[in-house]
Design a protein around this ligand. Structure first.
Ligand code: NAP
Ligand code: MN
Length: 265
């Protein structure tokens, strides 16, 4: 039995698309379970990029390939439109697709004897709570680089380079490259504080070590793909590539730079 997980966000169009897709897939002898089946061969996400990212977080970055149907606003990760369901099923059955592999970023947070881990497909960002400034001692590959002062820093994957990273003035990165981009968020530059003002780009084998300096309470915010967590007393945060790879179905007319052009200019 060939099983396909289908998830949709809460908009009317997404729910209607899910219903229709389920009928069509069942007609083609696929099974569409009610709940997440870890043995499914494909996961279909109906919504925007945000609901795709949420699904990844919820099911902890499954190895099963994904395909997105865009009913959201932008749909950078999404490949299919709601009126292309028949064409999608036809091409899927004929295996007329390629699989794009996307790397993810991991943050390991050390708090006393405990370790917490966060994964992002787009990015991980570290910032202050309640709009406070942060002071972060940053080392790259074991060498101390700077004491950053400002709103925070964002570490983006190539896949996430077109998201928050881009709004902060970071570069758009072709996802065939393997690198991490560290982009400052409102870096301070005065006689009191000095921080890099542009993004820095790192090879995949180096990690970034962050040792926060706290003034008042020892709180920081870590945000993985838009999902916020408050950190209490984090002593060290190590950010680098994670071992999770996301597999995305792409059909024959997919081209990264054509997609960038169609979504941005
Ligand atoms: P959201 O508040 O709905 O807005 C984020 C926007 O970014 C949406 O239009 C979303 O597309 C788009 N987006 C998400 N990932 C993208 C990618 N890899 N490339 C290009 N655009 C992308 O938030 P959300 O939908 O839950 O997405 C979470 C992401 O929002 C975070 O990972 C972060 O990168 C981004 N974000 C951006 C800013 C900013 O630019 N100032 C601020 C906060 C967060 P859809 O419309 O298809 O959902
Ligand atoms: Mn969204």
């Amino acid at each position: 039995m060939r099983t396909i997980n289908v998830f949709a966000n809460d908009t009317e169009l997404s729910k209607a698309t899910k219903k229709l897709l389920k009928q069509k897939l069942e007609k083609s002898d696929f099974v569409v379970p009610q709940e997440f089946d870890p043995n499914a061969e494909l996961i279909v996400c109906i919504g925007g990029d945000g609901s795709f990212l949420e699904t990844l977080q919820k099911y902890e970055f499954p190895l099963i390939p994904f395909v997105g149907i865009n009913t959201g606003h932008l749909g950078f990760f999404q490949e299919i439109s709601p009126d292309g369901l028949d064409e999608f099923i036809f091409k899927y059955k004929q295996e007329k697709y390629e699989i794009q592999h996307l790397k993810t970023v991991k943050a390991e947070v050390i708090i006393g004897k405990n370790k917490k881990e966060f994964i992002g497909l787009n990015e991980i960002l570290i910032k202050g709570i309640r709009s406070r400034i942060v002071h972060l001692n940053i080392s790259i590959g074991g060498s101390f680089i700077e004491r950053f002062s400002g709103d925070g820093i964002l570490v983006s994957t190539p896949a996430g380079s077109t998201a928050y990273n881009y709004s902060l003035g970071g570069s758009i990165v072709d996802p065939r490259l393997s690198l991490l981009q560290v982009t400052p968020i409102a870096p301070m530059n005065t006689t009191a504080y000095r921080s890099f003002t542009s993004s820095v780009i790192l090879p995949p084998y180096l990690s970034i070590r962050i040792n926060p300096e706290y003034a008042k309470d020892k709180e920081l915010l870590i945000v993985a793909d838009g999902m916020e967590h408050i950190l209490q007393g984090a002593e060290e945060i190590i950010i680098g590539f994670s071992n999770y790879i996301i597999k995305l179905l792409r059909f024959e007319n997919y081209d990264f730079w054509t997609k960038v052009k169609s979504k941005f200019i």
